[in-house]
Design a protein around this ligand. Sequence first.
Ligand code: AMP
Length: 397
Amino acid sequence: MQNIDNYDFNNKRAIIRVDFNVPLDDNFSITDDTRIRATIPTIEKIISGGGSVILMSHRGRPKSKDDVKLSLKHIIKHISKLLNKEIQFADDCIGEQAVTKSKELKKGEILLLENLRFYVEEEKGNIEFSKKLANLADVYVNDAFGTAHRAHASTTIIAQFFPNDKMFGYVIENELNNIDNMLLKAKKPFTAIMGGAKVSSKITIIKRLLPKIDNLIIGGGMTYTFIKAKGGKIGSSMVEDDKLDMAVEIMKLAEENNVSLYLPIDSLNADNFSNDANTNQTDIDKIENGWMGLDIGQKSIDKFTEIIKNSQTILWNGPVGVFEMGKFENGTKQMAIAIAEVTSTGSFSLIGGGDSVAAINKYNLAEKVSYVSTGGGALLEYMEGIELPGIKAIRDK
Ligand code: AMP
């Protein structure tokens, strides 16, 4: 398998699948450029090796080519500023302009292609479309971990046209190294904090983690399905009534795997789902009718913090409360602070899954944890042991 560090890019045109699916405000200014900044080392490596670069990405879910809001032209200036270099643009990702501009690329030059999803062929994994993209370049680099679990044209199908010239960029390499290190070489105690809304979306990953971890902390909306399954009173808290047996199964499996499972001890409740709601704090299993648990209480924060501080490895997926609302963010904020603190004393922490990443960013702690994953669904699927098509396509001979 080729590797970005020892491949000779001299006089080669590299087409890189990046993830430039960044949020823009109404004035088309980028509100979070993390994903763009993440790909800079890959681009710079190729340029410094004497190559030229063709960048391709999707953005949003365009209905047609007329969806100008989702054009990648809005981000040219920003990429150009970050790289301190002029960026060329092809207003169609395939077609004559893309062909001519890529052919004329000189050493060190960069061309950005228009949104791949302006063609339905991208998500369909159409082979002719993949071939047209492949024809623009000499070497293929996949650096979009967030879409590696999709067998799209630019993430997977295209790789077959580069049997000897395909590789991962640094974003994917870092992801795989960090996740593999955590799953295969975790220092113990290993604690997983699983939060978020629903137990049904996390069941596979929890089952997969149980043989590896020592502690499982449950928080967020899924808590109440567990508490109800144990016979507690949860008022009108979020619950998946058809998943009570799933919760029971997880509790049983935790015991069989000698994993200590910690549910919240107390709950911060609201009389409606809003930041202006009246609140009270009760034991987690004594929530009155008309009240819903939207955050963990102080006793839970203290207990969870203590467990985190005694862990050598921490995986955090999903907030422990409705952290988007100021009144119900404290539990999630305190988890983020505890994880940052224990990281500063040498523990390894990996944050993954859309909403915990949003939370760690909200509290400006992304730099204080060991690794923040760029993949939501892709991260979960990879940790579940599923072979991601985008990863397989590079690894396959
Ligand atoms: P997920 O995408 O499954 O990780 O879920 C994240 C969402 O779960 C966030 O938007 C949180 O606001 C929400 N959430 C966390 N705790 C609760 C709760 N106790 N009740 C309802 N929603 C919650």
